[in-house]
Design a protein around this ligand. Sequence first.
Ligand code: GTP
Length: 185
Amino acid sequence: MVYESLPRTVRILLLGDPGVGKTSLILSLVTEEFTEHVPSKAEEITIPADVTPEQVPTNIVDICVAEQSLEQVAEEIEKAHVICIVFSVDKQETLSKIASYWLPFVRDNCPDDLRKPVILVGNKIDLIDYSVIDNIWDIAEEYPEVDRCIECSAKTLTNVSEMFYNAQKAVLHPINPIYSIDEQE
Ligand code: GTP
């Protein structure tokens, strides 16, 4: 059995429907405060190793479907080590799109034998007073590449750094070691 060697940098890609708060999450992480007006797409950000919990340089990449072609988004999926699919907990349709659109799209752009870990991120928990996590277990069961689900808020900064830390961990300490199917026997 041959294991994928662990990368020396971690590249985290944020995907998800427009308006779910991808750019806000990145900017809240970096500035440690919430800004109401954010650009449509954050510049690629590199977090130096010494300020990450796992001591590994980490690139964070935003997408904006209104500004990028599907080919460009697909290229970003190919380059990423881990994908955070963000939905907005107050908008059921953004959660539905995870199983109907985003997870299949990610699979289509990853080789079958090297599925990339996915973190499901329910943003904007400041807007509701209940948890939506129970609606996610079925998705996680159907798509084993889902490493974990996390609820957070870019506005109150709740779980924002935890979300990025969990993405790092999914790459550096995979729960299911990723190996090539050809090498299994
Ligand atoms: P696109 O650029 O269209 O892909 O959107 P996006 O996913 O990057 O979302 P963006 O960060 O632009 O946020 C969309 C709106 O949601 C903005 O008005 C944000 O201020 C708001 N928003 C983002 N995160 C939160 C949050 O945690 N809570 C609340 N209440 N609003 C948020």
